[in-house]
Design a protein around this ligand. Structure first.
Ligand code: XUL
Ligand code: MN
Length: 345
């Protein structure tokens, strides 16, 4: 029996539908309501930003943060859920307008490292040993605005400071090439794992690959996953979809390009990803047009499409693949896959 996939999403994946050109279009769903959605839709875990666990975290002292994190852990337990990952939200504070770990201001860089350490402490309370770093504002709008060589050294300093803060914590870097920045400093999984290799404990620095982020970098998400899997460094995935090179769309998994989605599932299957203990997260958003009563369908649909694709990968005739490869007949291989996906054969 192959290992069962475990699924997760984050509170921000049930959203109010605002975009850069318009306000919210759906009422805010209270956390207590969101919490009930997980099991109902067949999910096992929650991914959190630090301030999803402790709102207004900057206004609170540690004893209160500790108390609130413990309460959150209890409410998760009462639903039979666990925490998949935590992440310091370093991109909304006024101090990080010009970057967090790579801010030109040493005080702001220190603030960012302290906040990341506090996220690790919260993660420990939540019984979770993976902290995700999405390096949202570590980059520039004007290339000359920062000294990029220094910025890369500061990123390494930040990773090392986090590793030193807790000997058990693992850091999963979630690369993204742009948005909000024009150019981000760690745009691909190659950059992330290169940073890992020069860190003080490479075994504890890995990656999280988001479909849309790979596509925005012009890369194939399944090959990005393979690169990390070959090094045992794929510690989570944010599956979603993206219709070409535009803003980060966070569409339902497989909804824009089924063949690209199939290849992601195929590579996860080949690596027996589920047996590594890593989970499948869907970083998807409802379309802005979705009515409130339909605003979690993108999560159910992404999970459904994923599981259908697992069936498709498992039921594809391995002999066809072998023969086509032996004959170097990739046209035959391609049509066999397309017909299999279309269910016409
Ligand atoms: C941003 C993104 C974030 C991270 C979590 O594009 O993907 O949602 O996944 O902070
Ligand atoms: Mn993501």
């Amino acid at each position: 029996m192959p290992a069962q996939y475990k699924f997760s999403f984050g509170p921000w994946n049930i959203s109010e539908g605002n975009d850069p050109f318009g306000p919210t279009v759906r009422p805010t769903v209270a956390w207590s309501e969101k919490l009930k959605v997980f099991k109902r839709l067949g999910f096992d875990a929650v991914m959190f930003h630090d301030d999803d666990i402790v709102p207004q975290i900057e206004e609170k002292a540690w004893p209160q943060i500790e108390r609130e994190a413990n309460e959150m852990k209890k409410s998760l337990e009462s639903e039979g859920l666990v925490t998949e990952v935590t992440a310091p939200r370093l991109w909304e504070d006024p101090r990080t307008i010009d970057g967090a770990f790579t801010s030109n201001d040493a005080k702001e860089r220190k603030w960012a490292i302290d906040r990341a350490k506090r996220c690790i402490d919260i993660s420990n309370i939540m019984n979770c040993n993976i902290v995700v770093l999405w390096l949202a504002r570590e980059g520039t709008y004007a290339r000359e605005a920062k000294r990029a060589i220094d910025a890369h050294k500061w990123l390494l300093d930040a990773v090392n400071a986090m590793l030193a803060h807790d000997p058990k914590i693992r850091i999963a870097i979630e690369p993204k090439p742009n948005e909000p920045m024009d150019h981000a400093y760690i745009p691909t999984i190659g950059h992330a794992l290169a940073l890992s290799a020069i860190s003080n404990d490479p075994k504890r620095v890995g990656g999280l690959i988001e479909t849309a982020h790979s596509l925005l970098a012009g890369l194939d998400p399944s090959d990005d996953m393979a690169f990390a899997l070959a090094q045992n460094k794929l510690w989570s995935v944010h599956l979603n979809d993206q219709n070409g090179l535009k803003y980060d769309q966070d569409k339902s998994f497989g909804s824009a390009n089924l063949r690209v989605a199939w290849n992601q599932v195929r590579v996860l299957e080949q690596a027996n990803y589920a047996s590594t203990g890593a989970m499948v997260a869907f970083d998807t958003k409802a379309m802005r047009t979705s009515k409130p009563e339909h605003a979690t369908r993108h999560l159910a649909n992404s999970r459904k499409i994923f599981l259908h694709l697992v069936d498709k990968v498992r039921s594809f005739d391995a002999n066809i693949e072998k023969q086509c490869i032996a004959n170097r007949d990739y046209e035959a291989l391609e049509i066999a896959i397309m017909e299999h996906l279309m269910g016409v054969k």
